[in-house]
Structures are given as C-alpha cells and as structure tokens.
Design a protein around this ligand. Structure first.
Ligand code: SF4
Length: 420
C-alpha cells in the first residue's frame, strides 16, 4: 500500500501532467506504486516510451508482450490517465478526479483501517467494513484516432466486435490463410499494373508471363501467413489460375471499355465535419473515351454478386467502403462515375466485376445518405458516451470472429438453434 506522502506526490504529478502535458510526468506516474501497474512493468513501459515518445499510444498498441493480468492493469492505467487528461476540473476538484480515477485515497483509508485493526486480525477476529457504494458505470473513452470504412463496416456488422477490436485491442487477430491470400493477391496486381496500365492484346503473352511472376513473388513475401507448406502451395496454384482469368478479363476491356490504370493503392483521405477518414483504394481507372474515373476494389473473399445486392448493403448501412472512396475522390476533384468490385475468390469462374454506375445502378442520394451515416456513426464513436456495445443477433457474423472466446453474449450458433 502506498504511503499518504506517495499518494500526495502522485496526485501532484498527475495534476501537473494534466496542466502541462509533460510526458516525463506521465512516465513517473506509471512507475509510481499508486499507478496500479506492477513496478517492473511500469518501468519497462516508461523505458520504451522514453524512446518512442508516447506512452498511451505504446500501451494502446500493446508494444510489450505481457501476461493478461499485467496487460489489463496497464490498459486500466491508460484509461484512468485519459480520464484525468480529459477532465475539465481545476484545483481541488481536479485532485479529486485523480484520486477517484486511480482510487488512491481509498487505498490510504484502507491502509489506515488495516493498521488500526491489525492486532485484532492477529487474534483471529474479523471486522466487516462498511459496504462501498457501487461505482457508476462509465462510457468507453472517446475514439480520438482517424476512422476508416472498414471500422464502420465492423461496427455495422457487430458493435461488440468494434469494441473488442478498436476500443480494447482485446485479442491480437493473427490473421488467416484467407487474409494472407488477399494480401498477396492485392500485392501481385499492384505490381502487375505498374507494368501494364492498359489492356492491349499485343501484350497478351508478356502479360501472362508477368502476372505469373508477380503472383509467385507476392506469395513468397507472404509465406508466413500460411500455416503449412501444403496450404501455401495450394493457395499459390489457386491464385495463378485466378490471375490468368483476370488477364482474360483485362484484355477483353480493350474492345469493350478501354481504360488506363491511373493509380494503385491510392491513399484516400476525407474530412467529414471534423472527423478524419483514411484508407487506400486498390485501383483508380480513367475511362479512355470519357475521362471519367472508376474506383476499383479487389475482393478475394465472398462479396455481393450483383450491383443490386451491393447497393442494398449501402442503403442498409452495411458497407461504407465504396461510398467512402467515392466521396474521397470526389473531394479530390475527380468525376467518379463507376464503383467497381472485382471478385477474385474463385479460380474456376471467369472474372465478372460488379459495377455500380453512379446515378444509374447506385443513386447519388444513397451515396449522400451513406456519407451522412458515416458522420453520425463517427460522432457517436468519438463521443465517449457509449456504455454498451451490443453483440450482433446474426450468428453467421460470429463464425470467423477473432473474439468468440471472449464474447459471452454472442448469439447461439445456427446448429445449436435447431438442435434437439
Ligand atoms: S462473437 Fe459474434 S457477437 Fe461476439 S463480437 Fe464476434 S461477431 Fe460480435
């Protein structure tokens, strides 16, 4: 238990940190016996943050591998520190905020109580203390980083999943062979279009040869994402077959709708009423006949199979990705007329993109409503006032969720629902 003098000095440091933002004071706080963090863990984080410069960010990122109880204590420290930092109180009220946040006064009182009753305890007597009032539940600290369409998609799919992934960073998702496949395939196409930005039948054999090289190299770079050698080899073969079908489709565009690849992995940034959204667009195309811009997203997993199906997801606020790209590129001055998903999952099927033409197969009003919803959701997530993140009622969303083990409230699996 910390002494009263230690508590006073801890509160003094916290108050000065809140007023000055001096990181050295925050490092002293985490090393204090009042911080709630084991001393060796606090010292290790202080040393790390002394080099990298941002202790709370280092904690958020889980920069030190810790056993779960220590990690929980460090995360609790960060949450308490933010409560202090975000407080508007001053003077004695601010000191109370610190004391309440870190529960340090309570410890001193407990310490005194224990000291007073120590002799009784040695005689085997037990004295019950006064019951303590239940602490008021609080909201999750407000989200202070940038937003992304995929974060809003996660929230739309399951608010609890958003909470685990973005607010807690509760479990590190090690990824799967499916995600490694997607990463490698994206990389291969990025390289391929660096050499071949336009479909030209005269380049047919050079393209076929080059895409084979790109796939081989991209998968080698992501080899660690596949659990076994067999899995790796099978996925490379699947990708090689799919890539050849992709070249078939690309060459056909020379006749049907010639275009030029303007950009690959293009950074997308958008300010929506003060909320910063960021992302990367897989590909930007310019129609050679009209000069209009098409935004392209490669999909190596399951996706909507038609423009109508994807449009419905946009209308129901289940997918913000293409609307976000649309607004980001429109803000950058492009005339975006097409939003395109390219399915690259099945090596046995021809590549048939899902094309949404703005104003035709997707209404501008739907894109505007999606933009408004992005503002609303990001405002709610940034408010710090959400007290409960509801689990989804769609059991299918839980099938590949990395947080299943932690999620006590998840809906019963389909098979269980129909059992007995
Ligand atoms: S297991 Fe299901 S309910 Fe729980 S966080 Fe994951 S998707 Fe949401």
């Amino acid at each position: 238990m910390p002494e009263a003098a230690q508590v006073r000095s801890f509160i003094d440091d916290a108050v000065r940190w809140r007023k000055t933002g001096d990181e050295a004071l925050l490092l002293r706080l985490i090393r204090s016996s009042c911080s709630g963090v084991p001393h060796d863990v606090g010292a290790a984080y202080a040393t790390l943050a002394g080099r990298t410069g941002d202790l709370l960010d280092a904690i958020d990122r889980g920069r030190l591998a810790l056993p779960p109880p220590d990690r929980d204590r460090v995360l609790l420290f960060a949450r308490r520190a933010r409560l202090v930092r975000d407080s508007n109180s001053e003077g004695e009220a601010l000191r109370s905020v610190v004391a309440d946040a870190f529960e340090v006064q309570e410890r001193v009182i407990l310490s005194a109580v224990e000291g007073r009753h120590a002799p009784a305890a040695t005689q085997g007597a037990v004295e019950l203390g006064e019951p303590v009032a239940r602490e008021e539940g609080g909201g999750v600290p407000r989200w202070q980083k940038h937003f992304s369409a995929s974060a809003l998609n996660a929230y739309g799919e399951c608010a609890r999943k958003w909470f685990y992934r973005y607010a807690c960073a509760a479990v590190e998702d090690p990824g799967s062979s499916a995600s490694a496949y997607g990463t490698a395939f994206h990389l291969a196409l990025e390289d391929f279009h660096g050499d071949f930005p336009r479909p030209r039948s005269t380049d047919r054999s050079a393209m076929r040869h080059r895409i084979r090289e790109c796939v081989t190299w991209a998968f080698e770079r992501n080899r660690d994402g596949f659990e076994t050698r067999v899995e790796f080899e099978l996925q490379v073969r699947r990708a090689q077959r799919t890539a050849q079908r992709y070249v078939d489709w690309f060459l056909a565009q020379e006749r049907e709708a010639p275009f030029e690849v303007l950009g690959r992995e293009v950074s997308a940034e958008l300010d929506l009423e003060g909320r910063a959204f960021v992302g990367f667009i897989d590909r930007l195309d310019r129609d050679e006949r009209t000069g209009d811009i098409g935004v392209v997203d490669y999909k190596t997993g399951s996706i909507a199979t038609s423009a109508a199906e994807y449009g419905e997801k946009v209308r129901r606020f289940r997918d913000f990705q293409l609307p976000f790209y649309y607004w980001a590129r429109t803000a950058a001055g492009d005339r975006v007329t097409k939003l395109v998903l390219i399915p690259l999952k099945d090596a046995l099927l021809d590549v048939r993109p899902v094309v949404l033409e703005v104003g035709k197969t997707i209404k501008l009003d739907d894109l505007k409503r999606s933009r408004q919803k992005m503002i609303e959701l990001s405002t709610v997530l940034a408010s710090g006032e959400i007290r409960r993140f509801e689990p989804t009622d769609n059991a299918a969303a839980c099938t590949y969720c990395a947080y299943q083990a932690a999620c006590a409230d998840k809906p019963p699996a389909e098979a269980q629902r129909f059992g007995s």
